[in-house]
Design a protein around this ligand. Structure first.
Ligand code: NAP
Length: 276
């Protein structure tokens, strides 16, 4: 039951109506008997209204603000402080109101690190990152943090070069796919294969090595064509769902200062995404 003391967390984006975050976080508040303490709502905020929205949220004493498309980068200039990780990634997806000051965090990197650490020891591994956009930056941060040797493969070489220089990585054109088999880990951080283009894949089974880790951060559909191809090649696969789950776990911790029940969140996320 909501009271006058209930802290408000929101997600802002445009569009935002499709977001499952309000359901997921509110279910977790109930599960942890925190629903008197916290509530999570969605607010559609246009790009042109971002400054006013952040000032308004601050004036209202909103506890947490999740940022999704198109606000993750633009929001930075309206915050009081950015933590080191978010600064390096160059994007904020989680804002905490600490005694009236808005602090920006990024939790996407944890969505890469946690599932990888569950599967392998990261020390001395090599990784190929496909793509050089916003998500690829969080991917590179997680890999660099674990001292993994990174090569960025991208369609636009200039963007690959920029990302690679920020994370002391190498870079190559996405056309050099024949090189990918030699990496321990390949992470797709492009939207290729995402609904509705579910038959698309950057790699065929022939481009994938047995026992290599193939992590596709696309999560709609749950099992992308790339992951199907990886299974055919007998590679080890990691679903984009895992990234979504673990970034939400870290975000829950930032907003509530409590560790959520991972199995509960996993089950709820499966249901919300209608995964069978
Ligand atoms: P973005 O900033 O727009 O970057 C997209 C990247 O993909 C660019 O480097 C682009 O290359 C490349 N790309 C796009 N279409 C391509 C194609 N047909 N062939 C080869 N390369 C292509 O996007 P983003 O924000 O990084 O998001 C990328 C994907 O990650 C999206 O599908 C998003 O849903 C997913 N994602 C998942 C999670 C999760 O929790 N699982 C979290 C964040 C994002 P150019 O530089 O040449 O344009």
């Amino acid at each position: 039951m909501v009271t006058a003391k209930t802290k408000i967390n929101i997600i802002i984006g445009d569009p935002v109506e499709h977001s499952i975050s309000p359901q997921l976080h509110n279910l977790a508040y109930q599960h942890h008997k925190l629903d008197k303490d916290f509530i999570y709502l969605a607010c559609r905020v246009k790009k042109t209204q971002l400054k006013q929205a952040i000032a308004g949220a601050k004036a209202l004493g909103i506890n947490g603000i999740t940022c999704t498309i198109p606000h993750k980068v633009n929001v930075i200039k309206y915050l009081d402080k950015i933590d080191k990780t978010a600064k390096q990634i160059g994007a904020v997806n989680t804002i905490l109101n600490k005694n009236g000051k808005l602090i920006g965090y990024n939790t996407d990197w944890y969505g890469i690190e946690a599932p990888l650490k569950k599967r392998i020891t990261l020390k001395d591994k090599t990784a190929a990152v496909l793509g050089a956009g916003g998500a690829a930056r969080a991917v590179c941060y997680a890999l660099a943090k674990n001292k993994i040797k990174i090569t960025v493969f991208n369609r636009t070489l200039e963007k690959a070069k920029q990302l690679a220089s920020d994370f002391k990585a190498e870079y190559k054109s996405i056309n050099e796919k024949h090189l990918l088999k030699s990496y321990d880990i390949v992470i797709n951080a492009t939207p290729v294969g995402m609904y509705p283009n579910i038959k698309d894949s950057l790699l065929t089974p022939k481009d994938i090595a047995k026992d290599q880790i193939i992590f596709d951060i696309v999560y709609t559909p749950y099992e992308t064509q790339l992951l199907k191809n990886a299974k055919k090649a007998e590679a080890k696969i990691i679903y984009g769902f895992e990234m979504l789950l673990y970034q939400a776990i870290l975000q829950f911790k930032i907003y509530t200062n409590q560790t959520p029940d991972e199995d509960f969140l996993r089950t709820q996320l499966y249901k919300l995404l209608k995964i069978k």
